[in-house]
Write a protein that binds this ligand. Structure first.
Ligand code: HEC
Length: 130
């Protein structure tokens, strides 16, 4: 009986330690994702970087006020560009939308090196929250 409860305690401790290590391992990834979203939002409205809000409204982000309707409002992006294949299309839209529409007035941020790959990825992370 005693050895059985000891065995239970050992198993229980292992389960708790296993769960803790999952939390500890997952936390940096979650923190990194959160940082990318914050960076992406800043780049989105930075007049010397993305300046996306000069053309796009973001109805879900009520603190970011843009009255522009030059480009379509950016909303429900996660549904519209569902992962993983369409996320590449979303990245491509920011990098060079002229591939999709040669007459677009949207700047080709990647092609013209206005934004780096990392910056585009951060903006994608932000757009997916809308
Ligand atoms: C000068 C105006 C302008 C700026 C600045 C601009 N866009 Fe656009 N964007 C447009 C227009 C216009 C469209 C409509 C599609 C087209 O032109 O073919 C568009 C389309 C898009 C689309 C595709 C929308 C959809 O529903 O599929 C995304 C995503 C997008 N823009 C993101 C961005 C992001 C992110 C930035 C900033 C890094 C940005 N845009 C900056 C004008 C702009």
């Amino acid at each position: 009986m005693v050895s059985r409860s000891v065995a239970c305690r050992v198993v229980g401790t292992r389960i708790i330690l296993g769960c803790l290590s999952i939390v500890v391992l997952a936390f940096p990834a979650l923190a990194a994702a959160q940082t990318a979203i914050v960076d992406g939002r800043a780049l989105f409205m930075d007049e010397r970087k993305g300046n996306c809000s000069a053309c796009h409204k973001t109805p879900a982000d009520t603190l970011l006020k843009s009255a522009s309707n030059v480009g379509p409002p950016l909303e429900s992006i996660k549904q519209k560009y569902a992962a993983p294949v369409d996320r590449l299309r979303l990245r491509e839209a920011i990098s060079d939308l002229s591939k999709r529409n040669p007459d677009t007035i949207m700047p080709p941020y990647g092609k013209h090196r206005i934004l780096t790959e990392t910056e585009i990825n951060a903006i994608v992370a932000y757009l997916e929250t809308l």
